[in-house]
Design a protein around this ligand. Structure first.
Ligand SMILES: [Fe+2]
Length: 350
């Protein structure tokens, strides 16, 4: 059987102790109930192991992987939104594991409420016809998944509810998954979540989880997800030219902030070309206003100038100043990447 034995072992006990005492930034969340309260739907042995061993290990490994880096105090959502830039399998795996399990514990309760809000109920009717059909679709996704992973109910960048799945500890916030969105329900489809009680019977496991879902909490998550920083960032999926430009900007900017201007020098042509594509692209309605249009014009000018400066082999100091200015303009585009604004100000405050 496939279990969590494939997990990444990443720290020594001594290092773990020192780090936990002095600088732990990601924390294992407390459960809403005691371990035994979830029985008989989830047995207490599974709950204890799942929370206090597996989830704890994701948290500890994530802290260990981030220790001593500039991202040590980064918010978990920001790490997930930009996971492709980390180029670190341990961070991807453990940041995902920490987020996914935190959501799982949050939406499950032995005293779950069936109070589903009108707003969520209307959206379910619109996208799935009925709650029962949503249930059937999630169950189908869970049973169809091969290997370990998660099944999600997400709000897509277009504001629709969708059922998706991801492998391992990936999740829909990550910029590496195909179907992105803000999760409102996450169901663990690893054997460590169900094998002890349900063996291979995923149908019974799903039905048990469905009984534990607290719809009052899910309804709250649905309301707060719309307009959240995560949602605004993922909305960029509706504007592919912006997404492509953001990729070049991020690679150049993040290297530049570490004092390495070589990425910018080698990408300056793409930088210029993508700014032209972006300026000439169809702006999605949710971004289309005067402020955004002005920022796009300015950004194209700045990107052209950066390319010319690179061709003239300008100094690192000048290029750094120019990329900071262009980065600032990029974030004037309405609603884009608020988390990067925080990052930008954090960087400049150093
Ligand atoms: Fe799990």
């Amino acid at each position: 059987m496939k279990t969590a034995t494939t997990r990444i072992i990443c720290f020594s006990i001594v290092n773990l102790f020192i780090f936990n005492v002095f600088s732990q930034v990601q924390v294992l969340p407390k459960l809403r109930n005691t371990y035994s309260d979830y029985a008989p739907l989830i047995d207490s042995t599974t709950m204890i192991t799942h929370h206090s061993v597996f989830h704890k290990n994701y948290v500890d490994c994530l802290n260990e992987a981030l220790k001593g880096t500039k991202k040590m105090n980064e918010k978990l959502n920001n790490i997930l939104l930009n996971i492709s830039y980390y180029n670190n399998k341990s961070i991807r795996y453990n940041a995902g594991g920490h987020y996914n399990h935190s959501l799982y514990w949050e939406i499950l309760s032995p005293n779950s409420s069936n109070k589903i809000s009108e707003a969520l109920s209307n959206q379910i009717t619109k996208d799935f016809i009925s709650l029962d059909l949503l249930k059937q679709e999630m169950k189908r996704a869970l049973k169809a998944q091969i290997g370990s992973g998660w099944v999600w109910l997400i709000i897509s960048p277009k504001g629709k509810l969708m059922v998706t799945s991801t492998q391992n500890e990936d999740n829909p916030i990550m910029d590496v998954v195909k179907e992105r969105g803000v999760p409102v329900i996450g169901i663990d489809n690893w054997e460590h979540a169900y094998y002890s009680k349900y063996k291979k019977n995923k149908e019974d496991y799903f039905n048990a989880i469905w009984q534990l879902i607290d719809w009052e909490i899910v309804s709250e998550k649905f309301i707060t997800a719309i307009g959240s920083d995560v949602f605004e960032s993922i909305k960029m999926d509706n504007w592919p030219e912006l997404k492509v430009y953001k990729d070049v900007m991020s690679h150049s900017y993040h290297a530049a902030e570490s004092g390495d201007l070589n990425a910018l020098r080698s990408l300056s042509k793409e930088f210029m070309l993508y700014s032209i594509y972006l300026r000439n692209s169809k702006i999605p309605n949710e971004f289309n206003d005067e402020k955004t249009i002005k920022a796009l014009i300015k950004l194209q000018k700045q990107s052209l100038e950066i390319h010319e400066l690179c061709l003239n082999n300008e100094s690192d100091k000048v290029l750094l100043k120019k990329i900071l200015e262009a980065h600032n303009t990029f974030h004037l585009i309405q609603g884009v990447c608020k988390h990067h604004d925080e990052h930008y100000h954090h960087f400049n405050a150093r």
